[in-house]
Design a protein around this ligand. Structure first.
Ligand SMILES: C[S@@+](CC[C@H](N)C(=O)[O-])C[C@H]1O[C@@H](n2cnc3c(N)ncnc32)[C@H](O)[C@@H]1O
Length: 266
C-alpha cells in the first residue's frame, strides 16, 4: 500500500492519464475519483487482470450513483475497503471518464496520454513498452503531418521491480528529467517511484538536452545523497548481501559504490 500511495502522490492534473499494467486498477481509480484527468485509460495485457480493474471501477460508479441518489455522495462502503488508501471521498468533485483496454503496452490505445504510470513490472519490460510507444508516436506523426500530437508523453511515473538503473539511463537518454526518485521501503522490500518529465523549463534552465546522471545516481537514485533512514537501511543490506558473494571484479566494484554512497548517510 505504501508503494501505491507514493506512486499516486506523484500524479498531477492532466488531460489524458494512462495506467499501463493496471491489474487491480487502484491507481486508475485514484485518478478517476479525484478527477485528476479528463480521461483515465486503464490497460493491461491480460484480460483477466483487466477484469479486476473493471470490477473495481464499476463498483465505484454504482456506489457513487447510489449515494448520489440518496444524497449521501462521499460515504464509503465495504466494496472499497480494498482501496481505502486512496484517501478522500469523492463527494461533489468532478470525476474522470474511465476507458479500459486489453493492450500490450500502449499498442492498442487510441489516445496520446500526457501522463503515464507503469508500475510493478521489470525494468526491461518498461523500457520495451516505452520504446515501442515512442516508435508508434514517431510513425503516426510522420503520417499525420502538422499533427498536434506530442512528440513524447510529457510525464512518466515509473516503478520498476528490477533493473531500475537501466530505466534511469533510458529516461536520461531520451531527454527526460527525473524530478522525483523516491525510495520506498514496503514490507521489507525496496522500490523506487520515479517521475520523469519532458520540460522545456529544464532545457532552458540548464541549456542541456539531457540530465547527466552519475553512476551512483543511476544505481541508487538521483537523490541518494539526501539523508534518509530507508536509504541507509537499503545500503546496509546491499553491502551485507554483496559481501557474502565471491569477490569478483564486479562485486568489488559494487561494494566500492555502496561504501561511497554510505558516506552520505552518516
Ligand atoms: C505485478 S502487476 C502490477 C500491477 C500494478 N501496476 C501495481 O504496480 O501494483 C503487473 C501487471 O502488468 C501487466 N503487464 C505485464 N506486461 C505488460 C505489457 N507489456 N503491457 C501491459 N500490461 C502488462 C500484467 O498483466 C500485470 O497485471
Amino acid at each position: 500500500m505504501k508503494r501505491l500511495q507514493t506512486i499516486c502522490s506523484l500524479i498531477s492534473k492532466c488531460r489524458v492519464f494512462a495506467d499501463i499494467g493496471c491489474d487491480h486498477g487502484q491507481v486508475a481509480l485514484f485518478v478517476a475519483k479525484n478527477g485528476l484527468a479528463d480521461t483515465v485509460v486503464a490497460a493491461d495485457i491480460s484480460e483477466q487482470c483487466l477484469k479486476k480493474a473493471k470490477v473495481l471501477i464499476e463498483n465505484w460508479k454504482k456506489q457513487r450513483e447510489f449515494l448520489n441518489s440518496e444524497g449521501r455522495a462521499g460515504d464509503f462502503c465495504d466494496c472499497f475497503s480494498k482501496a481505502e488508501f486512496l484517501g478522500d471521498t469523492d463527494s461533489g468533485k468532478p470525476i474522470s471518464k474511465v476507458e479500459l483496454f486489453v493492450s500490450d503496452g500502449l499498442k492498442s490505445i487510441p489516445r496520446f496520454p500526457d501522463q503515464i504510470v507503469i508500475c510493478g513490472m521489470g525494468g526491461h519490460t518498461i523500457i520495451n513498452i516505452l520504446t515501442d510507444y515512442f516508435d508508434k508516436i514517431k510513425k503516426e506523426n510522420s503520417i499525420l503531418k502538422n499533427s498536434s500530437q506530442p512528440i513524447a508523453p510529457p510525464a512518466l511515473i515509473l516503478s520498476p521491480h528490477t533493473d531500475t538503473p537501466s530505466v534511469r539511463r533510458f529516461l536520461s537518454q531520451n531527454g527526460y528529467y527525473l524530478s522525483s526518485d523516491i525510495l520506498i521501503s514496503d514490507k521489507d522490500k525496496f522500490y523506487y517511484a520515479i517521475k520523469a518529465e519532458k520540460t522545456s523549463a529544464f532545457s532552458k534552465k540548464t541549456d542541456k538536452k539531457r540530465q547527466k546522471l552519475s553512476p551512483l545516481q543511476l544505481e541508487f537514485g538521483v537523490f541518494y545523497k539526501n539523508k534518509c533512514p530507508d536509504m541507509a537501511k537499503k545500503l546496509d543490506i546491499s553491502l551485507q548481501k554483496t559481501s557474502q558473494f565471491k569477490p569478483t571484479p564486479q562485486n568489488k566494484k559494487t561494494i566500492k559504490q555502496i561504501k561511497k554512497a554510505q558516506k552520505w548517510q552518516k
